[in-house]
Design a protein around this ligand. Structure first.
Ligand SMILES: C[S@@+](CC[C@H](N)C(=O)[O-])C[C@H]1O[C@@H](n2cnc3c(N)ncnc32)[C@H](O)[C@@H]1O
Length: 316
């Protein structure tokens, strides 16, 4: 994933400033920090690949990473990356530079185009919605400050599994209109929106980040599903209530999925399915084994780039 997605080039526009953050991160720590950087900058990060410099100034002993954030996010984003690097035993300076005369909204808007996931789902930037296409589920997304535009591998892996699960359930004759799915770490709410557009009567989305929840709410309205998706603020899966769900999706980091295992498993109904992502491919086996210790069976693992999804079945 690194270096394939360039950070958005600030366009020549006037308006609100944005802030360019840069850090030189030791290669040994980059893989561990990349998921965090993507969380902080769902619009894209630029990783100067040391194998492919192209004139980019790469600091000694590290790889230069660049990303853009809204001014109100800059201090927190820099501190978060420094604290995470320190936990890995490396010291990383994060430099911040105001980008004057740039409109943050335009910075990320120019970064998106409609995206087809599988052959069934088209994710459209809110400002670029196309005509109805027969057989295609359309999801409008205004990412705001939330992760979940559809461009990230983990989102796509989860979307594919939601589509596959619903197809299989409907082929068995299951009626989903009176069932709910659970989307832990909902971000933009893209997976919850997909689930209800595919036939679930309701979805519950949990999210720790209040700013992301604001974006999620806007996306529910954009897709006219605000009455069918409940958003809940917090990090405990128990927020989804005492009931259990036939389909639980948790696209969060492995470092969160592992300690939350028991709370997540408690929300899966007998014979239900959980899709876990936000997992690096090299972590997939150990995350799967951790969940298998609770009696879940691994149905499949899929991957794209450096990222994996693990699908597990809760026995009846
Ligand atoms: C990788 S993003 C996934 C967003 C979206 N579901 C998607 O698939 O694109 C993970 C999201 O989980 C949120 N998050 C992290 N820990 C969480 C927790 N314990 N409970 C709920 N949300 C959490 C983050 O703030 C972030 O928005």
């Amino acid at each position: 994933m690194s270096s394939q997605t360039p950070a958005p080039e600030p366009p020549s526009a006037t308006g609100v400033e944005c802030v360019q953050l840069q850090a030189v991160i030791p290669e040994s720590a980059l893989l561990r920090l990349e998921p965090l950087l993507w969380m902080l900058s769902p619009n894209g990060i630029e990783v100067a690949d040391p194998m492919c410099l192209h004139g980019v100034d790469v600091g000694q002993g590290g790889v230069r990473v660049t990303w853009y954030v809204a001014p109100s996010e800059a201090a927190q984003a820099a501190a978060t990356v420094q604290a995470a690097a320190a936990q890995l035993g490396v010291s990383t300076d994060v430099s911040a530079q105001d980008v004057h005369g740039q409109d943050w909204n335009r910075v990320w808007k120019q970064f998106y185009a409609p995206l087809v996931v599988g052959d069934r789902v088209r994710v459209e930037p809110a400002w670029m919605q196309g005509p109805e296409i027969e057989g295609m589920i359309r999801i409008a997304i205004d990412p705001g400050m939330a992760f979940g535009t559809g461009t990230h591998e983990t989102t796509q892996l989860c979307m594919q599994q939601v589509v596959a699960w619903v197809d299989a359930a409907q082929a068995r004759g299951a009626v989903l209109a009176d069932q709910a799915m659970l989307d832990l770490g909902t971000g933009s709410a893209i997976l919850a929106i997909l689930a209800v557009k595919m036939g679930f009567g309701r979805a519950i989305g949990t999210e720790i980040d209040a700013a992301a929840l604001g974006s999620a709410r806007a996306n529910l309205a954009l897709n006219a599903v605000q009455d069918r998706v409940d958003l809940r603020h917090g990090g405990d899966p128990a927020l989804a209530g005492p009931q259990q769900y036939p389909l639980v999706v948790a696209n969060i980091l492995a470092t969160v999925l592992v300690p939350l295992r028991d709370a997540i498993v408690a929300r899966i109904q007998p014979a239900g399915t959980v899709v876990l992502s936000g997992i690096l491919t090299r972590q997939a086996e150990s995350v799967a084994a951790h969940y298998a210790q609770r009696g879940l069976q691994v149905v499949r693992m899929t991957s794209a780039g450096d990222w994996a999804a693990v699908v597990l079945h809760q026995p009846s």
